[in-house]
Each structure stands twice: as C-alpha cells, then as structure tokens.
Design a protein around this ligand. Structure first.
Ligand code: IMP
Ligand code: ZN
Length: 352
C-alpha cells in the first residue's frame, strides 16, 4: 500500500534519537561557509579556502588518512572563535531537530585557542550555553552533552577532559567518550580516567574496533574492561568478542554508523554488507543508527533509517521498533526514555 511505503518523509517524521554525533563533524558545509563568509567580510587578508571548495558537497568518500586532518588542519581553524563555536553549535542543533531527532546526545572534545582567548572550560560552557538556550526556545528535542577524550591525549589531558565532564555534570553532561584517529594512541593508559568518570556517575561510550590496527584482542579486551555503557562502530570484532558483547547486551548499547563506515571504507563492500544486519536480525542488542559526522558524510539520521529500510528490508513498523531499541541505551535517564517511548507510541498510533 502506498501509504505504507518507507520514504524520506516517513523516516523524517519518525521520532528518533541520535547518540553518536561529533559536534565539529556535524557542522554542515553551508554553516561552515557562513562562518567563512563572516570572517572574510571582517578581514580582507583572511586566506582560508571556502568550505564549498575544501569540502565539496558531492564528496563523501574519505579514507582514514585524509579524514582526521580535515579537523586538525581545517575545520578547527575556521571555527576557532567563540562566536563561530556558538553559531555552529546552534545550527547543528537546528539541523538535528529539523530531521526529526527528538533526543540528542552531542559529543565534543574540549579544545582551547590561546589567540582567541578560548580555554577548554570556556569552550564546554559555551557549547552548554547554546544547548540551554536552544532547549528554552523549543521543547521538541532534548539535548545532552558527552565529553570526548582524544586517543592522542596524554593521561593529564584525558583527566582534564573528565574533570570538565564532572564539573558540568549538573548542566547536562551525561557521559565520556573515547574517540580520535584509531591509528594513534595507546588506549591502555586511560583506565583511571574512565574509572573516575564512572565513579562520578557519568556513562561511558568508546569508539571500538574501527580499523584493524585498533582491533587487536588486547585493545578490545582493555576497552571492554573499562565497562562501557555503549560502543561505537564495532566493525572489526572477532567472533568471541562479538559474542561477549551480545551476552552483555543488557549493559552495552551499540552505536552503528553505516554511512560513515561505507564512505570511509571501514567495511569491505557496501551498505548491504554492514554488520547492522547481524545485530538487527540475530540479537536483541540496543542498536542506534548514528551519523557520526553528518557534515562530512552528508547522511542525516533519517537517511540512515532510510538506508536500513532499503538495504535490509525494514518496513515502517520495523523502523519504529528500531527507534525504540535505540532508546534503551540513552544516557539521559528514565524520564527521557519515557518521553521518547510516549512520542513513539503516539507516532505508531497515528502512522502504522
Ligand atoms: P569534536 O570533538 O566536536 O571536535 O569533533 C571532531 C572530532 O571527533 C575529531 O577531531 C575526532 O577526534 C573525532 N571523530 C570524528 N569522527 C570520528 C570517527 O569516525 N572516529 C573517531 N573519532 C572521530
Ligand atoms: Zn565517532
């Protein structure tokens, strides 16, 4: 029946959660272009390349070597001032809300810029100010923040990130993440960092098995020993470790990023080969479809649901079930889970 077809309009209307979105990677190219125009107008000598040229809208394919430098040597420089950080954060929130996201956990790595007078603390408090003000302007979407530790951090920097997460816990920071270039760093140095976060009542999510180099048994066992509440990507996971994750499904939710994994060539093959199929069909794990970096891979959350429908044969009721399965592992507490489940019940009543 035509009205039971899964299309972009349906997946947009479906109330969704987004649990794995890096703030800086979620800034759209058009928003970056606005920031670039403002800087260009204020300073004739400003020489950075226009984002429309540096990040062409029709380019979504990257590899691990070209992907991470996009942040370190381009986007961070472009968005270094507090006004740019404010503007970008607000646009990111608007974009998720317009896509039908009704519960968002945004994550970001505290960064500083001495020239601009931006400290890590000021960076985090500025992002939280924007989230607060956005939450006051509308009631459709709840937003929480996760603080990221970069794999390249030394212990002291990672500890500083966790201390900031604890400092701002009463302002909506709900968890700590481990992210960054998976070809770098030694994750075993972070045990006390995640212990401290857990002891403070923060949740933990870890980028897990993104590329073969970061998927040694030793690394994966170390990460699991940090008792994460969620894992991101879970690409190169040996069968026994996969079975362990599935056996811990009551405690560990999975954040799956299909477009990112396909476009960054992290999986062999294409969408139909993605491990989403296994976790959806063969397990009861809490799975959430996530964008990771929608500004770069150009695939919104609603498009990830559309891709799941297209490549794995999910119908309308399956997609609503999938959205419910993601709610189980949110970090924002029971009241937020209830709110999302009510939204989904109302949606199912009206649309299924
Ligand atoms: P930010 O933390 O808000 O600055 O977002 C950008 C940062 O997120 C990057 O510098 C990376 O450290 C991290 N990031 C974005 N995408 C990925 C990914 O696919 N794997 C690991 N880290 C990522
Ligand atoms: Zn990520």
């Amino acid at each position: 029946m035509a009205n039971h077809v899964v299309d972009a309009s349906f997946t947009k209307r479906l109330p969704k959660v987004e649990l794995h979105a890096h703030l800086t990677g979620s800034i759209s190219v058009l928003t970056l272009h606005e920031i670039w125009k403002t800087r260009k107008a204020a300073d004739a000598a400003f020489s950075m390349q226009d984002p429309l040229v540096a990040l062409p809208l029709d380019k979504v394919s990257y590899d691990i070597v070209s992907f991470f430098p996009l942040f370190d040597s381009y986007i961070y420089d472009l968005c270094s001032s507090l006004s740019a950080i404010r503007f970008a954060t607000e646009q990111v929130l608007r974009d998720f809300q317009a896509d039908g996201v009704r519960y968002l956990e945004l994550r970001t790595t505290p960064r500083e810029n001495t020239l601009q007078g931006v400290t890590k603390e000021l960076y985090v408090s500025t992002v939280l100010d924007v989230i607060d003000s956005f939450s006051h302007q509308q009631t459709e979407m709840s937003t929480y923040l996760i603080i990221s530790v970069d794999r390249r951090n030394i212990l002291e920097q990672a500890m500083q990130a966790v201390d900031l997460a604890i400092q701002f816990q009463n302002r909506g920071v709900v968890g700590v993440d481990l992210c960054g270039n998976p070809a770098k760093g030694d994750v075993s140095i972070f045990r006390e960092v995640f212990d401290k976060a857990k002891a403070a009542g923060l949740k933990i999510t870890l980028h897990f098995a993104e590329i073969p180099e970061s998927s040694t048994r030793e690394e994966l066992r170390t990460l699991l020993s940090y008792e994460p509440d969620r894992l991101g990507h879970v690409v190169n996971v040996p069968d026994d470790i996969r079975d362990e994750i599935v056996s811990r499904q009551k405690d560990i939710g999975l954040e799956l990023c299909m477009s990112c994994n396909v476009h960054a060539k992290m999986i062999p093959g294409s969408f139909g080969d993605h491990h989403f199929g296994y976790y959806w069909k063969d397990t009861q794990c809490s799975i959430s479809l996530c964008t990771d970096d929608v500004g770069i891979f150009q695939s919104s959350v609603s498009n990830e649901y559309l891709l799941a429908a297209k490549h794995f044969g999910l119908g309308r009721d399956d997609l609503a079930k999938l959205s419910r399965r993601a709610v189980d592992s949110i970090f924002g507490g029971e009241a937020e889970k209830d709110r999302m489940r009510k939204l989904l019940s109302a949606f199912e009543k009206k649309e299924l």
